[in-house]
Design a protein around this ligand. Structure first.
Ligand code: AMP
Length: 356
């Protein structure tokens, strides 16, 4: 049994770990952050940190010995790291959730087996397989590396005229998945939590707008019908149950014509599209995650109004003074020294009275 005063170990030291550590502190827990980058944003707000490579077994063992439970802020935790830690301390979400979300082919296969709609897909490991897959799935389509892609990185759009040989070269021959292009109306996401006893709580569906492949704006409610929202939440629950999932997870979906939903991907962690819950819901996704991985009861996911969350990317964080002066605007800055283009520096949440 995890109790206040215990230590939560977190792999990764970015803004997600930082906000998780602050939520843990509120509940009387200490945190120990393990990350390879010196000056990680989460170090500022945690009781202890280790700067080491994820492959450093001795450092991982020392880290595990200093904590009661381990979680992470990113899905690309190496599988050897996950299995070593899981042999020493409870690791949540579990290794299966990591394996499924690390590999787009395993992920799509898992989702499709549950009878949940995905884009049509095929494994591609050679130029010949790419031709066959395009033949079968049709154009337009998207070629994605199976591993290590995020925010549109490792992706090639295959249009009517696109040369397949050049496309395969663009992904440097890495193992890939070809997906049929989904003509979506909107991108939405479910952020939800599940505990070891199967307690489940989902936040309201979020509508997400991207700019340059990076999340720009999240709006809640998403403005979809109750039936569509109910289906999205049921999809998230089916996946969480199938994975025996513990913690917060996010499911990214495409809303297509007729209110139908197609799952794009799952993230086994707190998620940028859930940042609005910090100040916009009765319990933030960070607190919810901490509660879940500790095996504690979940908090209420109730929304406190109509909520908008806008990311502050790169130089946008320079407008912090103006945001501070705006009544009701909730400013969150991640303490990153350098505002590189495309870097998530902070976010601002605005909660408005619900309009009926
Ligand atoms: P991902 O890295 O899979 O989340 O993809 C990044 C973005 O590319 C998504 O948020 C979509 O805007 C777009 N995208 C990815 N896959 C597809 C697809 N099969 N059909 C249409 N758009 C896609």
């Amino acid at each position: 049994m995890i109790v206040p005063g215990n230590t939560l170990g977190i792999l990764g030291g970015g803004q997600l770990a930082r906000m998780m550590a602050m939520a843990a502190a509120q509940l009387g827990l200490r945190t120990h952050i393990f990350a390879p980058e010196p000056n990680s944003p989460a170090f500022d707000v945690s009781a202890a940190h280790t700067i080491s490579a994820y492959e450093d077994e001795a450092a991982l063992a020392r880290f595990a010995a200093s904590v009661e439970v381990v979680t992470y802020e990113f899905e690309n935790v190496p599988s050897a790291t996950a299995s070593l830690l899981a042999s020493l301390k409870p690791l949540s979400p579990n290794a299966r959730a990591l394996a499924v979300s690390q590999d787009r082919l395993a992920e799509k296969t898992f989702i499709a087996r549950l009878g949940i709609p995905t884009a049509p897909f095929a494994a591609v490991a050679s130029e010949a397989e790419l031709s066959e897959a395009v033949e079968r799935i049709g154009r337009p389509a998207v070629l994605k590396t199976r591993r290590l892609g995020y925010d549109g990185k490792g992706q090639v759009m295959i249009g009517r005229e696109t040369d397949l040989s050049a496309s395969f070269q663009a992904v440097a021959g890495a193992p890939c998945i070809l997906e049929g292009f989904v003509p979506f109306e909107r991108e939405v996401s479910v952020v939800a939590a599940r505990t070891p006893t199967g307690e489940f709580a989902a936040y309201d569906l979020c509508a997400n707008t991207h700019r340059d492949h990076i999340l720009d704006l999240t709006q809640v409610p998403a403005g979809v019908s109750e039936a569509t929202e109910g289906r999205a939440l049921a999809i998230a629950r089916a996946m969480a149950d199938a994975l025996d999932y513990v913690g917060v997870l996010a499911v990214e979906l495409f809303l297509v014509e007729g209110g139908n939903l197609v799952v794009n991907e799952i993230a086994p962690r707190v998620h940028n599209s859930g940042h609005w819950t910090l100040g916009g819901a009765a319990t933030s996704q960070f607190e919810q995650h901490v509660r879940a991985v500790c095996g504690w009861p979940l908090g209420s996911p109730r929304r406190l109004g109509r909520v908008e969350m806008r990311n502050l990317i790169g130089e946008e964080a320079g407008s912090w003074e103006r945001i501070l002066a705006e009544p009701g605007a909730q400013l969150h800055l991640y303490g990153k020294a350098e505002a590189r283009p495309g870097r998530k520096m902070g976010h601002v949440t605005r909660v408005f009275p619900e309009t009926t």
